[in-house]
Structures are given as C-alpha cells and as structure tokens.
Design a protein. Structure first.
Length: 154
C-alpha cells in the first residue's frame, strides 16, 4: 500500500510525515473514526533528497499489517497460555490462583515485549518517491461536496 504525506521533520534517515485523510473521509465530516491529519514516522533508507515541505510517497510492506496484528494480539495470548501451563508445573499444583497469576505475568511480559518490538526503526514504512513541494497530498482545503447529507442536514 502506497500513501503520500508532507514532510514535517527530518532527523537523519528518519522522516516525519503529515498524512491527510482520503476524499471519502473529508466528505463525511463526522470524524468518528479518527480520520484527521496525523503524523507518522518513515525511513529514508535510499537517501532520496528531501526537505521540509516536500511531499513524499511511502509504502508499507505487503504483510506488515498481518505481522503487526499477530505481534500485538497473538504474542500476549501465547505468553499467557505458556505461562499458565508452566505455572502448574513450576508450583506443582492444580489450583487455579497460582496458574492464573503466572499466566497474567506471562501476558504482561509478552505485551511489553510486543510493544518495544513494535518500536523498532526497521519496521517503519519506507519512502519510495519524492513528489516535490508543489504537488498536493490528499483532498484540497475546500468545502465538502453539496451532496454530502451529513453536512447539509440540519
């Protein structure tokens, strides 16, 4: 998936981009889903010439969302299951409380591990093309179309 954003900060090969919502999000006007402009980090590992104010295209890896979902949700569940069953062997008991506490400890440790693993710089999307400062990104700053029922209705 390739998106475009405006460069707001450059720190070595790490770049901060301001990404605007799509046209369909602009037309809604409700913003319940949180579709506002947001800043994301990207990496410029190829050394493309960038300056603040330029528009740059960046891409996410093909299976990046799947891997992130497995890391964020699957790893803590796996940590809980392994710790829960190992707690029974370590404490040599069949009582629920020691097993549940060890499972919770495994869940907490694997959640922290997944969080810090996700902060890894190599997992940031990569910049693939510079579009220059004159090419806009996303929708223009204009009023929504007249057929938008959310904006025209009372």
């Amino acid at each position: 998936m390739t998106k475009t954003g405006r460069v707001t900060k450059i720190e070595g090969s790490r770049v901060t981009l301001m990404v605007q919502p799509s046209l369909s999000c602009q037309g809604c006007g409700r913003h319940f889903c949180g579709a506002r402009g947001r800043e994301i980090g990207a990496r410029n590992s190829t050394g493309l010439p960038l300056k603040t104010g330029d528009y740059a295209e960046f891409s996410f890896p093909a299976f990046g969302a799947l891997k992130a979902g497995l890391r964020v949700f699957g790893l803590p569940v796996l940590g809980f299951a392994v710790s829960y069953f190992m707690g029974g062997y370590i404490f040599e008991t069949s009582e629920e409380l020691p097993r549940a506490l060890s499972g919770f400890a495994g869940f907490s440790a694997s959640t922290l591990f997944a969080f810090f693993w996700g902060k890894n710089y190599a997992r940031l999307p990569g910049i693939v093309r510079v579009r220059g400062a004159a090419e806009p990104v996303g929708p223009a700053e204009e009023s929504p179309p007249e057929e938008c029922p959310e904006r025209t209705a009372g």
